[in-house]
Design a protein around this ligand. Structure first.
Ligand code: SF4
Ligand code: SF4
Length: 386
């Protein structure tokens, strides 16, 4: 672990604020919410890493389970009381994972994910030429010299619900009249979740390969489906030589769709789940709300935990692929599904394919299918268009 991080870990004094949201309504660290042991929350995690660096505890399966249970949601960064350490918290947790990856001491599910990414270039172990299947029949051209590239990523390319979301967004972008193209089977994984799972070398390789393809194609402006891809391209790619104008789809559509796409009227109550990688990681809270608010008849209601206090869906930090946090009534996704239901909303709107799948599964696990429906923001707009 970098010396600068080793020099920080001892400064945490375990006050415990980091597992709460800033309005203190409930525990907001998904790992703590599930296991209720201090060692799974940020402060305990810091002390655990300190003891490990000092040689007081050994590398073990249990240590791996604890370190990889963090969903990198940044609630602790938002809530930690100490300015000198708060911004480094998640970087320290990822650096500790990097050390475990280097030692080859990772949980089997992490090993399997990284192996799939290394061999197949995607977590589903599917052929690259299936990456364009989501776009069949949509009439979206391959990127040549259009103004924007619509970048879909792994979940949008291969997961059934992710593909459905990619189609909804692709359709809306197309009908907005933007000059847009896609890469289809030429797309490379964005590398974001490989990085958060601690495989820095593979993440850098994927990111550089992606940058090479984007530059070769002459891409300048990118619209991403996933906040995870958006985060990597915006914050990691520049230092690797990849400087692009990057937007999440809700940022572009939130500004444009009002004038350009005629909409019908809905009569629905909608609550919005902020994705961590759009919200706390990149401070974008309003794009999705503007987009939802552009639909006549949509009444937006907020959950108690929203914007910088939102509870993660539990799928961040690679947990979507590894499922180290697992399911159950205390899993973040199921807690979040119940919280959404409590607002009286008919629709739980999402803006990330990972949140979409996590919360859709949670609604089913809670037996709430008839009570609340999970839809992506573009899907809500398209619903009003008939
Ligand atoms: S809020 Fe900050 S100082 Fe307090 S326990 Fe959490 S990480 Fe440590
Ligand atoms: S990043 Fe999220 S899951 Fe990880 S310790 Fe902080 S609050 Fe908990």
């Amino acid at each position: 672990m970098k010396q600068e991080y080793a020099d920080i870990v001892h400064r945490c004094f375990r006050c415990g604020w980091c597992k709460l949201p800033t309005n203190y309504v409930d525990f907001n660290c998904p790992a703590y919410l599930k296991y209720r042991f201090e060692t799974f929350a940020s402060g305990g995690r810091m002390w655990l890493i300190r003891a490990w660096l000092d040689g007081d505890i050994e590398t073990s399966e249990r240590l791996g389970q604890i370190l990889f249970s963090c969903v990198t949601c940044k609630n602790c960064v938002e809530a930690c009381a100490l300015p000198k350490i708060k911004d480094s918290l998640v970087d320290i947790f990822i650096a500790a994972r990097e050390d475990l990856v280097e030692k080859g001491a990772v949980p089997p599910a992490v090993r399997d994910y990284l192996k799939a990414m290394s061999i197949s270039g995607n977590p589903y172990k599917k052929p690259r030429d299936e990456r364009s299947d989501w776009a069949k029949g949509l009439d979206l051209p391959e990127f040549t010299d259009q103004e924007y590239l619509f970048y879909v990523g792994d979940v949008g390319s291969y997961d059934e619900l992710g593909m459905k979301m990619a189609r909804e967004v692709g359709k809306l972008l197309r009908d907005t009249g933007l000059s847009i193209g896609i890469l289809g089977s030429a797309e490379v994984s964005d590398g974001n979740d490989v990085k958060t799972l601690g495989e820095a070398g593979l993440a850098s390789h994927l990111m550089q390969e992606n940058i090479r393809v984007l530059r070769e194609r002459g891409v300048r402006k990118i619209i991403t489906l996933s906040p995870h891809g958006y985060n990597a391209m915006k914050n990691d790619y520049p230092s690797l030589g990849g400087r692009f104008e990057v937007y999440h789809y809700t940022q572009v559509l939130g500004l444009m769709v009002n004038d350009r796409v005629p909409k019908g009227t809905l009569d629905v109550k909608v609550t919005f789940h902020d994705p961590c990688y759009l919200g706390r990681w990149n401070r974008e809270y309003w794009g999705p709300r503007f987009l939802l608010g552009s639909v006549p008849g949509v009444r937006l209601v907020e959950m108690d935990r929203n914007m910088q206090n939102a509870l993660c869906c539990g799928g961040g930090g690679g947990n979507f692929y590894t499922d180290i946090l697992g399911t159950g009534a205390d899993s973040a996704s199921q807690v979040r599904a119940r919280e959404a239901l409590d607002t009286g909303a008919d629709i739980l709107a999402v803006a990330c394919p990972i949140c979409h799948k996590m919360l859709d599964d949670a609604v089913k696990a809670e037996g709430l299918e008839g009570a609340i429906r999970v839809m992506d923001v573009a899907g809500v707009v398209n619903l009003s268009r008939g």
